[in-house]
Design a protein around this ligand. Structure first.
Ligand SMILES: [Zn+2]
Length: 431
């Protein structure tokens, strides 16, 4: 098994350039034409394009949400229909609005500072640093930090916290410029960004040059194996271009000069990987046995073959039917159902299932940016969480089901009028 796995790492090295002559979409990593469907969720609007009241009468663009798998490198991916400038120029997601996410970031910083001996002479660079939810914990410890964040509105929030932030997309060119300015990262953090990068080779290609000679890069990315096991099809959306198994993530990093030396499996985002890597030449971290163990486990599950990626699509369809059945039955009983949260994944779910205000009256979100707007495609209104106490719904559908413990505890007051919380994924469950 280990030998087979090693062979697999070599498969895509060196990778081909894209095949511009091909009309069919081609793999964003290795350039092979994409001929195989992973799951097709039909047409959907961009999941972060919340609709203000004055635009409710306007046309809305819908794009195919068709995940394909590359037969050569096995990367699961979506086509890029909309440029990242359009998606991320004014991003609605402020990481600091989630208590558990801020806590996760604090725990991560504590671990990294201790494990890699970071101090006032080090530099921590975070790619897609959002509103500084993570780097604030680095700066608090007196360690220099630099954020790179293309969305100007969230970058402004980070600067207000005193975190130096470059408002640009990361890639080879920006990495070269930073290196020319004498800046190299002892710790390079890329949490929940690699999946969102259309030009994957340019993004990952910038990492190794930006690292200090013995620097470490850590990457958190949702784990494809957990997506499949947990039936988390709602985490497939246009802004999320690539879906990684450990095998594909490791192959990608290797092709760009980085050796994976450790991996953790995390509970965040429904199951993520934290991959630790260093320069293929010169890195001094020992390689953990967890690397081979996880690679072998994925091979045993079939993630080293096209066929092994499973019969995902029929399960997704069955989940849709069950959720719609549940909502129709509640409606026939005269019950009221509201939502909690307005995350991107909720919009994939609601659009794929065709759930509009006839089945879900409204949803609420703590993020004031989303309040008063309407969900893309379905036009379900987003209200302040206080709206729940006024409407007193019988059921509350938790759309960010990955945060269900935190949300159920926040909603404990709704038991006063007998409300029950419901999660849609992996299947409909009344809590
Ligand atoms: Zn490929």
């Amino acid at each position: 098994m280990a030998q087979k796995d090693a062979m697999h790492v070599e498969l895509c090295e060196p990778f081909d350039s894209a095949h511009p002559e091909m009309a069919a979409p081609s793999c964003r990593f290795c350039g092979t034409p994409l001929r195989h469907t992973f799951v097709d969720l039909g047409m959907s609007p961009l999941c972060e394009s919340y609709v203000p009241a004055e635009r409710l009468g306007a046309m809305e663009p819908f794009y195919p949400l068709h995940a394909r798998i590359c037969e050569r490198c096995l990367l699961v991916q979506l086509d890029e229909f909309v440029g990242p400038e359009e998606i991320f120029a004014e991003y609605a997601y402020f990481s600091s609005y989630s208590d558990s996410w801020v806590k996760h970031a604090r725990g991560y910083v504590g671990m990294a500072v201790e494990r890699f001996g970071l101090d006032a002479q080090s530099l921590v660079v975070e790619l897609a640093s959002n509103d500084g939810y993570l780097l604030q914990h680095v700066v608090e410890r007196g360690i220099p930090a630099l954020g790179i964040e293309p969305a100007a509105n969230v970058a402004a929030a980070a600067r207000a916290r005193g975190i130096e932030t470059v408002v640009e997309f990361f890639g080879c060119e920006l990495a070269a410029r930073l290196v020319a300015e004498g800046r190299r990262a002892d710790l390079l953090v890329a949490n929940n960004v690699m999946a969102h990068v259309p030009d994957l080779n340019d993004f990952v290609g910038g990492m190794e040059p930006l690292l200090a000679p013995h620097g470490v890069v850590t990457i958190e990315v949702p784990h494809l194996v957990r997506l499949v096991e947990g039936n988390q099809f709602d985490t497939i959306y246009h802004e999320h271009f690539s879906y990684f198994s450990f095998l594909t993530a490791r192959r990608l990093l290797w092709a760009h000069g980085l050796e994976v030396f450790d991996v953790d499996e995390l509970g965040t985002h429904g199951g993520s990987l934290r991959v630790f890597a260093q320069r293929r030449s010169g890195g001094r971290q020992p390689v953990s046995s967890r690397v081979a163990a996880l690679a072998e486990r994925e091979c045993a599950l079939g993630y080293d073959t096209l066929e092994g990626h499973g019969d995902f699509a029929p399960r997704v369809e069955e989940t849709k039917w069950r959720l719609v059945e549940f909502l129709i039955e509640r409606r026939r009983e005269g019950k009221r159902v509201a939502g909690y949260g307005a995350p991107g994944k909720g919009n994939t779910l609601l659009n794929y299932c065709g759930i509009r205000t006839d089945l879900l009256e409204f949803t609420v979100d703590r993020n004031p940016y989303k309040q008063g707007q309407f969900l893309p495609g379905t036009h379900i209104p987003v209200r302040d969480p206080e709206a729940l106490a006024q409407a007193r719904p019988d059921f509350i559908l938790i759309l960010p089901w990955n945060l269900k413990e935190e949300i159920v505890s926040q909603l404990s007051y709704t038991r006063e009028w007998g409300a029950r919380c419901v999660v849609p994924i992996p299947e409909v469950e009344v809590l």
